[in-house]
Design a protein around this ligand. Structure first.
Ligand code: CDP
Ligand code: CDP
Length: 217
């Protein structure tokens, strides 16, 4: 089996993970995987079926009943549930409100971590989430933990008109028993509060060089 490289990007909501991962994917020719969209897709299906997202047993049964299909389209990960791409509904107010509860279910995590590791069979990846450096790819030397002031992060979500209780999600994601959000061993911290997108990307590239990531010529 060919072993490809993985860049792991973790951090709280609106710290800038997706933005950085998208740009690194384009600059470095990596497959971009948004692991959050996979947790959101499971949550979307649970809600669609009228299941209580806080009822663990019911969530596990729903997970067993659904067919999750991951793929790549133009170097960006895709996810379908029972043949349907939920699209913008992944970022609805309802999904935002319940995704942390569904993500805390160990069976959900086990299933999605396995699908996430499979992306590495396809090529070099940049994957962003909460537990990528700590659980999904603990062995990778390329790890960034992104952060930003909580007020800055709330403002970023409001700016794009998204209804999201960032603080509540961060609280739940950091306190859960299985794979909580934390700074992975070996991760470099990048605080984007005072960065523009451009200067944040430059700082990330510097970190990756320092971690020994060979840049394309
Ligand atoms: O984009 P944003 O940071 O707001 O969220 P996201 O990355 O789409 O993740 C949505 C939710 O999925 C998070 O609040 C976590 O509850 C969960 N998640 C997780 O538990 N583990 C991951 N690797 C990625 C997301
Ligand atoms: O994926 P995550 O939830 O961590 O964040 P995101 O979806 O990339 O959103 C971060 C927001 O902050 C976007 O609206 C960016 O335009 C903005 N931003 C950034 O990502 N990096 C900076 N250095 C400054 C602003």
């Amino acid at each position: 089996m060919i072993l490809h490289r993985a860049i792991a990007i973790d951090g709280p909501a609106a710290s800038g993970k997706s933005t950085l991962a998208r740009i690194l994917s384009q600059k470095l020719g990596l497959i971009m995987v948004n692991s959050g969209s996979m947790y959101r897709a499971v949550t979307w299906k649970v809600l669609q079926r009228g299941i209580d997202p806080n009822n663990r047993e019911a969530v596990v049964q729903a997970l067993r009943d659904m067919e999750l299909e991951c793929g790549v389209d133009g170097m960006v990960s895709t996810v379908k549930v029972d043949g349907v791409d939920p699209g913008d509904e992944l970022r609805s107010e309802e999904v935002n409100a319940h995704v942390s509860a569904v993500s805390a279910v160990p069976e959900v995590r086990e299933c999605l971590v396995s699908l996430q590791r499979d992306f590495l069979k396809l090529g070099d990846v940049v994957m962003e989430g909460r537990d990528i450096g700590s659980v999904v790819f603990p062995e990778t030397p390329y790890k960034i933990y992104m952060d930003a002031d909580p007020n800055v992060r709330e403002a970023r979500r409001e700016e794009v008109g998204e209804v999201d209780s960032v603080a509540a999600r961060d609280h739940a994601d950091s306190r859960r028993e299985t794979a909580p959000l934390k700074i992975a061993d070996g991760a470099a911290i990048l605080d984007t509060s005072g960065h523009t997108i451009e200067s944040g990307v430059a700082a990330a590239l510097e970190i990756l060089r320092g971690q020994g990531f060979a840049m394309p010529a």
